[in-house]
Design a protein around this ligand. Structure first.
Ligand SMILES: [Zn+2]
Length: 280
């Protein structure tokens, strides 16, 4: 009798482990414009989202990013370890973005003089090059923290009208911390860019948290890390400042999934941050 009971228990155990990962991805996060969506599939699955093959960690974890202007339908294509292909469709909630008017900026910063166009182009290459990594580390799947304790004064996606001229939307979360306040790594990862003086963004740090998820810290008065350095969540990486095109000291904090610009606040809370919210 005993061996029969044992093999029955074993069969149940095998059944349980086979059903531990249902066919459909388990998701954490809402399908809303600008949001990161985290998920888990059976380890060994292959995943595709839009035009991109998505890395799946050994535990089956992954992240994808929903664009600022994503269409109303999104699809994940999962090839399970047995080779069967499953398609999952999701509806993406649209967002309404603020319009932000800033006047009185030096005209040279709104429409850069020809003399700095080459510098801006080389800055953009540095930044783009820091966001191509698909690093097999799993910090992306852990908790994130606010990089400074401060009030939100600017939100993701706001359309900017600078000195009356419509510009690219603002993709950061502005946090009104004082000059010199310590800026902390929102999660662990690898420094992919540490630059003291980019034309628009001044002192700039980009941290790679794995699987294409990165966070960016702008207008820093001090940069305390170097490219290639590993950092832990909460480590002081720089100081708040107003370098680059900034009207006063604040941290502009951003998140990306590769070149897809995300709302960094959604790394910490289900609903996008609004102006006036206080973070700590
Ligand atoms: Zn900003």
């Amino acid at each position: 009798m005993r061996p029969a009971i044992a093999s029955c228990a074993l069969a149940l155990l095998l059944l349980a482990s086979a059903t531990a990962f249902p066919a459909a991805p388990e998701l954490k996060g809402r399908w809303v414009q600008g949001a990161p969506v985290f998920g888990t599939v059976a380890p060994g699955s292959k995943l595709r989202f839009g035009e991109r093959d998505v890395a799946v960690s050994q535990e089956g974890r992954f992240v994808v990013g929903v664009a600022y202007d994503a269409p109303p339908a999104a699809e994940l294509v999962v090839t399970d370890p047995a080779g069967a292909v499953h398609r999952y469709e999701y509806s993406v909630e649209p967002r309404t973005y603020d319009v932000q008017k800033i006047s009185g900026l030096p005209q040279g910063m709104v429409e850069p003089p020809a003399a700095v166009l080459a510098r801006i182009e080389s800055d953009q290459k540095l930044v783009a090059g820091a966001r191509v990594f698909d690093t097999p580390i799993d910090d992306f799947a852990g908790a994130f923290i606010w990089p400074v304790a401060a009030e939100v004064t600017g939100v993701y996606g706001s359309n900017r009208i600078l000195n009356g001229v419509p510009k690219q939307p603002h993709f950061g979360i502005d946090l009104a911390a004082p000059e010199g306040a310590p800026v902390r790594a929102s999660a662990g990862g690898v420094v992919r860019l540490a630059h003291r003086d980019l034309y628009y963004t001044g002192g700039t740090i980009i941290l790679d948290h794995g699987h294409g998820l990165s966070t960016t810290y702008l207008h820093l008065s001090k940069v305390d890390v170097t490219s290639g350095q590993e950092v832990k969540r909460g480590a002081v990486i720089g100081r708040v400042g107003k370098t680059g095109r900034a009207t006063g000291p604040h941290l502009c904090w951003r998140a990306n999934w590769f070149d897809v610009r995300l709302d960094a606040s959604v790394l910490l809370q289900p609903d996008p941050a609004k102006k006036g919210e206080k973070k700590k």
